[in-house]
Design a protein around this ligand. Structure first.
Ligand code: PEP
Ligand code: MN
Length: 355
């Protein structure tokens, strides 16, 4: 249930409604907009007659939310959610699409990662991605450098001014992740790991939630709801492809239509991952363009200094030359940066000097 207060409602009036609903067993999430305050009441709607709360002083309207995902739904919040990070980076709404790039797994040593981070910075990207704890289909495959990988990511990000996004797989690692990353990634395989969703929700840190390979859009939004119901509204969704019937040419089927669908039904930002979404490097650029044109708030792309010898996902990773070329095209498409921009050049030089 959504309770919309009058623009001039007083704090006392808002608190009176909040107390009343809490006494009825509802959990209240307050959303103070520019003009008015909205209370999202989560609970069993059979416990209350909407009319009883509609008659409170200062209440403009009471709406029943039809969708099962209450907090994530556009019905509960009309305006787009925009998530702010340090360095002035914003994700969502009409903000410029952001780029999250880096290797599938953090490998080798710090210098190796730094080369990738430099390329990302040079091309105007905002986030450095990299797996330190890797979910692997086979138990015999490389499963990441662990905390050492997170340390490398953080150091490379500090030196270049990038933000860090990395995947957490276990609830016991969530606190440790908060020390190293700006955005906690929940991988596709864990989209419905409800304990993990709760744990990252409780951190209050921004979360990147990837769509499960066999998840319906409704299930995807309900997974986001699990994070939001734990008092964390900083959720970025990621469409990364779903299992299709033909895996001859692609690893997954990138569901481009999911982007405008989610924008219609939810206020949360959504980005696309054409690397996992296709599994083929030659498809990364065309699918990136398609996702941007469909309204994606950003892209996650795997890049690697030597994809043929990568520890994971080499076939879908761009080498640094391919990345620069693709990124140049994408930057042009979204009109993000002017390559003669002196400010950007100075920033890159400064970052290089810090290394
Ligand atoms: C990843 O981003 O490295 C990853 C494992 O992705 P997904 O969870 O989408 O498979
Ligand atoms: Mn990968």
């Amino acid at each position: 249930m959504i309770i919309i207060m009058e623009p001039k409602a007083t704090v006392e009036q808002i608190n009176a409604v909040k107390r009343y609903m809490e006494n009825k067993g509802f959990k209240i999430v307050l959303n103070h907009g520019d003009v008015m305050t909205v209370l999202a009441a989560i609970g069993d709607k059979r416990l209350i007659e909407p009319q009883s709360v509609a008659s409170f002083e200062g209440v403009r309207e009471v709406k029943l939310i039809q969708e099962p995902y209450k907090l994530a739904s556009r019905e509960s919040k009309e305006e787009d959610t925009v998530i702010e990070f340090k360095n002035g980076v914003k994700v969502g709404g009409l903000e410029k699409p952001v780029m999250m790039v880096g290797p599938c797994s953090v490998e080798k040593d710090f210098g190796w990662l730094m080369e990738v981070a430099q390329a990302a910075k040079e091309m105007g990207c905002e986030f450095l991605r990299g797996g330190a704890f890797k979910p692997r289909t086979s138990p015999y495959d490389f499963d990441g450098l662990g905390e050492k990988g997170l340390k490398y990511l953080k150091e490379a990000a500090e030196k270049t001014g990038l933000l860090v996004v990395s995947e957490v797989m276990d609830t016991t690692d969530v606190d440790m992740f908060c020390d190293y990353v700006d955005l906690i990634q929940i991988g596709a395989r864990n989209m419905q790991n409800f304990k993990l969703l709760k744990a990252v929700g409780k951190t209050g840190k921004p979360v990147l939630l990837k769509r499960g390979p066999a998840a319906a859009i409704r299930e995807f939004l309900l997974a986001a709801e699990h994070i939001m119901a734990n008092d964390n509204d900083k959720v970025i969704l990621c469409e990364r492809g779903v299992k299709g019937f033909d895996s001859t040419f692609t690893r997954n089927t990138l569901d481009i239509a999911a982007i405008p669908i989610i924008k219609k039904y939810s206020h949360l930002p959504i980005i696309a991952d054409p690397s996992h979404g296709t599994g083929r490097r030659y498809l990364v650029e065309p699918m990136s363009k398609a996702a941007l044109m469909a309204g994606a708030n950003g892209l996650m792309i795997e890049i690697h200094n030597d994809p043929d010898n990568a520890s994971s996902d080499g076939a879908q990773s761009l080498n640094l030359t391919q990345f620069r070329e693709t990124q140049r095209h994408l930057n042009k498409l979204i009109g993000r940066i002017d390559y003669d921009n002196k400010v950007l050049k100075a920033e890159i030089e400064k970052a290089a000097l810090r290394c």
